[in-house]
Write a protein that binds this ligand. Sequence first.
Ligand code: GP9
Ligand code: MN
Length: 695
Amino acid sequence: MKKKIHNYKEKIVKFCKKVKKEHLIKKYINNNVLFITFVLTCLLNSTLLRFFTMHTLENYLAIKPILADAVILILVGAFGYLIKGKNRFIYYMIWEIFFTAICTINSVYYTFYTSFASVSMLSLTQYITSVGDAVVENVLQLKDLIYIIGPIILILVHNKLKKQNYYKKIELKTERKKKTLKTLTAAGILAVIFTVTLTPLDVSRFAKQWNREYIVMRFGIFIYQFNDVITSIQPKINSLFGYDQAMKEFKEYYDNVSSTPEKTNDYTNIFEGKNVLVIHAESMQNNLLNLEFNGQAVVPNLKRLSEEGMYFSNFYSQVSVGTSSDSELTFNTSLMPTQSGTAFVSYFDRTYNAIPKLMHEKGYYTFSMHANNADFWNRRSMYEHLGYDKFYSKETYKVQKEDIVGLGLSDKEFFKQSVEKLKKITQKHDKWYGVMIMLSNHTPFSDVEKYGEFDVDMKETITNEDGTTEEISHPYMEGRKLGNYFKSAHYADEALGELFDNLDKNGFLDNTVVVIYGDHDARLPRSDYNYLYNYNKETEKMYDKDDANYKEYDSYQYELGRKVPFIIWTKDMKDSQLNMEVKDVMGMYDVMPTLGNMFGFYNKYQLGHDIFNIKSDNIVVFPTGNWVTNTVYYNSQKEEYLSLDGSAISEEEIKKNNEYASKLLSVSNNVIVYDLIQKSKEEKQLLNYKEDAKK
Ligand code: GP9
Ligand code: MN
């Protein structure tokens, strides 16, 4: 082995000496001027693009995107060697223009949308007009025209080469093939180097494609654009096959469902006409509500709201890989996340019967506020299809460096600025439905210094030998991810408290129903929960597994512990009959039917139920095929269940619920992938038209 390495070393040293002695680099440059010019000018353009869009030095000189762009350019450039005479220049010129166009379009698009261009959006006329306007507005900006420098240099070099008779001296056929192969090998080697530098996060973000800045920064603009084309086409391909079967299943499922609500209950229309403020509480878990450290509640404000309002204490989020966006999808449409891709990114252009759309139809001004990039989870596009009148995204907020916590603008500052926006909204609109999406309490919960003081320790007063007392601390949760999460959640809760004070001060709570949901669990390590529940302050360690005090937080408890809070609150609810805790199991897909009954809107295609109709018969289905009822949690991968009340469950019931779950998931997926709400509308219109024609 050692000898082998030694041999390699010798060979490399020999090769380097040869390169130096025979001036091989100089010779290579002289013989490959056109190829080199093509690669370097395109590389210059893609680097300039990153410079003018993402601005920081670290960004535009980052090696990974340069490497990725180089792989693509060398790959494309290699085939140029197969071409003879001046046609070789034409080949490079066509590609040069193509790559320049990609840079220019993205540069213009970025100025307008602070994100990179996506084919899926350009293919929609509404975007063409707005991007068209953007082109006109920005056409005079030098930074968008600078990329022309690439083709100009290539033309200049070509003219010079022509004079030097370069094209007449072009290589023989066998030589040309050899050069192509060698260049392809070089591209291959670079591609391998690039691939080994990728992290799992890079790969997962690449697959999802929505975090465009991130992808451009890791994979370069050319691979980004290629991936964008593929991910934009994929949903169209998915929906090409299986349509008839999907429509059949859809009709069977919904044929017996009425187009108007069938049942009324004590809560029908109780909130009709009131304003609505929905708060999307990032990563807020239900188990926080009953947690204290040294007598201090982790989330005192949320706890108070749950005690004053309608509190659904057995509530689950039903997200898949689309996390925040999936919870928004299910909240708003009562449909489940898609089986592949995410609805917000891959299927944003479908027809949805969504809460904002239905509230808009009832005369409400509908909006969403979120101080993050508008393209995060493709919200900018999806929101139009959900029926929001306006999206107040990061562009509309003042984001100062000192106000940043975690992913972006702190929740405290976000709420402060949002209330100012609300003041303006209420001047123009008497009825509104608004959503505020929080951000600070987002994984990895590591911005600990910014969360403020909240000790996650065990304090103890001890008496010393001399009779004096002192307080000591066992900082058992400090420095752990779960401990940091508590601090982060405490911060977010404080922000919520400030928001309510501010809303109240401005009279916004008098005629408003506040709806709060945790969007999904915080995906924390189970081992941290075991530590939390099994810490022994005497030994400053966990109890042994065989200790009587040891309580294992097992995988089922973990699953059940992923519950999130769901609260419906009004200022005057505290002393009313509406102040209650609903303990029946409930999922995010039950929100739309439940709120619909209260506010007077209805969606025939909702998959969940009004909790006040279904009550204890409810079943919550997860995208994995798992499901939970009041009495059983079923894990479909392991094909095993946990009885929640000690009672036995029959095989028959498991089978029935499994069939229910798989049908529901299949119908939901088909509705989205094949755009069946829209298609069935069109079918009905056609039928009516035919009948009218007969008359
Ligand atoms: C992004 C925020 C977080 O804007 O909503 O998304 P998540 O990572 O939770 O899906
Ligand atoms: Mn989220």
